[in-house]
Design a binder for this molecule. Structure first.
Ligand SMILES: C[S@@+](CC[C@H](N)C(=O)[O-])C[C@H]1O[C@@H](n2cnc3c(N)ncnc32)[C@H](O)[C@@H]1O
Length: 251
């Protein structure tokens, strides 16, 4: 089993941030709030950075609200975004039974890296703890129970390398139209493969979100966007409250 304290991830914060965050984690673990009130008070622990990402997911979700289709996350890792998408469905369109949320990941980190990915990406980075997908499944099942139509399963977790699993999923579900796809694979090859695989399943108005475009730490994502879509064909907009994330709307 991967040691949860040593999972390989990149951080960009200033000196002292790690210690400060550790203090907050300590406060969370030692939280004196009674169990029955804990979930209602999770905002206590959101920092400006983590809150801005939640706000971005809300913004993206709203961009795709008028579009028919499913929401997909390529590279969900611990699954926070996919869980947020399920919660946002409950907020904005609780009766939209066709707004399926599909979360893809190896749950074992990067299967491989290529020269296009630069120096900092390492095979095996961003793993989860072993069997994490079963835990995520329980979390998403609970999310589903919080909204109407909870008897209809509206999420799916797909484990494995997206280079194989995304085409397989789309073949198995030929009805799939995608309203929103969030790319957080960090790497050139799987990002390119997903962009190519979903091509026949997006429409005018489909929203594509990107976690790492224009980031020198993860050059492969931009190269994949450039090769699959062409950078001059779409306005790659940024969400003003979050530095790294961006999105485009298929026109
Ligand atoms: C930065 S993490 C994603 C973080 C997550 N979206 C979040 O917001 O917390 C990148 C993820 O991409 C996944 N990944 C990278 N290449 C992949 C591939 N070929 N197939 C499936 N997952 C892959 C990794 O396993 C890792 O979980």
């Amino acid at each position: 089993m991967a040691d949860p304290t040593s999972l390989d991830i990149l951080t960009f914060g200033p000196a002292g941030e790690t210690e400060r965050r550790r203090d907050v984690v300590g406060l969370l673990r030692d939280c004196p709030i009674p169990e029955g009130e804990l979930l209602m008070n999770l905002g206590l622990f959101l920092t400006p950075q983590t809150l801005s990402r939640v706000l971005f997911m809300d913004f993206l979700y709203r961009q795709g609200l008028e579009m028919q289709g499913a929401v997909m996350e390529f590279g969900c890792r611990w699954g926070q975004n996919s869980s947020l998408f399920c919660a946002l469905r409950g907020v904005y369109e609780p009766f939209n039974r066709l707004r399926k949320v599909v979360a893809f990941d190896t749950f074992a980190g990067f299967p491989s890296v290529r020269p296009e990915d630069g120096e900092q990406m390492k095979t095996g980075a961003y793993a989860t703890t072993e069997g994490y997908e079963a835990y995520l499944d329980r979390v998403l099942a609970h999310q589903e129970q919080e909204s109407p139509l909870s008897h209809l399963r509206k999420y799916e977790i797909v484990k494995g390398d997206v280079i194989a699993t995304v085409p397989e999923y789309l073949q198995k579900h030929p009805e799939t139209v995608i309203s929103l796809a969030y790319f957080d694979l960090d790497l050139y090859e799987p990002t390119l493969a997903c962009l190519q695989a979903i091509r026949g399943h997006i429409t005018r108005g489909t929203v594509l979100g990107f976690d790492e475009a224009n980031d020198p730490a993860t050059p492969g994502e931009t190269v994949a966007i450039r090769e699959a879509l062409g950078l001059d064909r779409y306005a790659l907009r940024r969400y003003r409250y979050n530095a790294r994330t961006s999105y485009l709307v298929i026109e």
